[in-house]
Design a protein around this ligand. Structure first.
Ligand code: AMP
Ligand code: ZN
Length: 116
């Protein structure tokens, strides 16, 4: 897929609008356009990587950084509990094939199940 056809590449380059919550050299984090939790943020790599299923060993640190950023955002927002989700592949519910981590939280009650 050409990067110009990828919505998350466009957001990462500042060419498409998003409610950006955090940004550094490696990732950008912004509000999901169709939230399924009171707080629903996507942590997205700045480079176009399709999916965890295509992850290379040398990307270990980058994926760890995504988790670290999600955890820092959760801390800043004082989330008491949250879920971190990678949807992997079509059968895993992945719709956008540009690597992203869902940060979901902000509920008053314990959440057993969530569909994303
Ligand atoms: P996934 O099913 O893991 O591929 O999730 C893709 C997510 O991207 C969904 O939760 C969508 O609501 C979200 N999404 C798609 N387009 C945008 C956009 N332009 N801005 C913010 N979130 C988006
Ligand atoms: Zn992309």
């Amino acid at each position: 897929m050409a990067e110009s056809d990828c919505i998350f590449c466009e957001i990462a380059k500042g060419r498409s609008p998003a409610a950006v919550e955090y940004e550094d050299d490696l990732v950008v984090a912004f509000a999901d356009i169709n939230p399924v939790a009171p707080v629903h943020i996507l942590v997205v790599t700045k480079t176009h990587l399709a999916s965890i299923s295509e992850m290379k060993e040398e990307e270990e640190e980058l994926i760890g950084h995504m988790v670290w950023v999600a955890r820092k955002i959760a801390e800043n927002r004082k989330l008491e509990g949250y879920k971190l989700v990678f949807n992997v592949g079509e059968k895993g519910g992945q719709i956008v094939f540009h690597l992203h981590l869902h940060l979901l939280g902000g509920w008053d009650e314990k959440q057993e199940e969530i569909r994303i």
